[in-house]
Write a protein that binds this ligand. Structure first.
Ligand SMILES: [Zn+2]
Ligand SMILES: [Zn+2]
Length: 283
């Protein structure tokens, strides 16, 4: 059977990743990839250290389009964005779809806003201290309020912005490290269940993201095995991405994750092609 190797979630020097897009293409071809997707962080409406500068968005899209043509015989390339959703503080995803001919958008929550004070809690990145301080400053240390806001924002993004792919669902657990809440808590499980129902209803593809593990930030995939197992049982399509920020991370914890997914009883993963979505047996 034909081997299928793909990664639809990568960052390069247009945002907070390292190296040019072309270096990723060459590396992916060397590794025998069938498909590679570029998903730099979409610009947001305020200054930050991780997203594409608004004035560079056109260059980014044009450069990926050139690479698509140049390497069309060797690999399928896709132009995408990983877009944040913060009510009133980010562009509608339709704005990016108008600006560039995107193949898909990964919708991801990296920042949570507290509707009561308008402050923003940055929940990603390598620093646990920043997460802890954000929880204190934005939600007064109320973990249940913070986590609830995370999942509500996720649900709102799915309903209002219609991303094709949901990025690292449950990332809020990363710096929690079982200190403030447990994934077994019934209020937490109810929230997961509610989101899963919406993901299913809106036909969003859920990625399984390996980055936390190979960066040594957390010892579980995003989402956790129990969560993607439940998603699978509900009929939600799953895909595997490494969220590479360097060409050397294109296969970060990829085969290990594929084994974990198989152990969980899942036989197929979803891939994207120029003809649309298709599922393939995990090899
Ligand atoms: Zn992300
Ligand atoms: Zn990412």
């Amino acid at each position: 059977m034909k081997k299928t190797l793909s990664n639809y979630h990568t960052h390069n020097y247009y945002c907070d990743g390292k190296e040019s897009p072309e270096v990723y293409v060459k590396k992916a071809i060397d590794l025998g990839f069938n498909a590679l997707g570029f998903s730099s962080h979409a610009p947001v409406l305020f200054e930050n250290e991780f997203s594409i500068l608004p004035e560079k968005l056109g260059d980014y899209c044009a450069e990926i389009d050139v690479l698509k043509q140049k390497y069309s015989e060797q690999i399928e390339l896709f132009l995408a964005l990983e877009a944040d959703y913060i009510p009133n503080k980010t562009h509608d995803f339709s704005y990016f779809r108008k600006k560039c001919k995107l193949d898909y958008i990964i919708g991801s929550i990296h920042m949570i806003t507290n509707p009561e004070n308008g402050l923003i809690w940055f929940i990603d990145g390598g620093k646990q201290e920043r997460w802890d301080n954000g929880l204190k400053e934005v939600f007064g240390g109320d973990i249940k309020a913070g986590v609830t806001a995370f999942y509500h924002q996720t649900n709102q993004m799915i309903e209002r912005q219609k991303p094709e792919i949901l990025g690292h669902f449950d990332k809020i657990k990363m710096h929690n490290k079982n200190r403030f809440f447990s994934q077994e808590d019934s209020w937490y499980q109810n929230m997961i269940q509610e989101s899963l129902q919406l993901i299913k209803e809106k036909d969003v593809v859920m990625e399984i993201n390996t980055r936390g593990i190979y960066k040594g930030r957390f010892d579980e995939l995003f989402p956790s095995v129990a969560v993607f197992q439940k998603a699978h049982e509900m009929g939600i399509p799953l895909m595997l991405n490494t969220d590479a920020h360097h060409p050397d991370e294109l296969l970060g914890y990829y085969s290990e994750a594929a084994e974990i997914i198989k152990m969980a009883g899942i036989r197929e993963l979803w891939h994207f092609s120029k003809n649309g979505w298709f599922s393939m047996q995990i090899n």
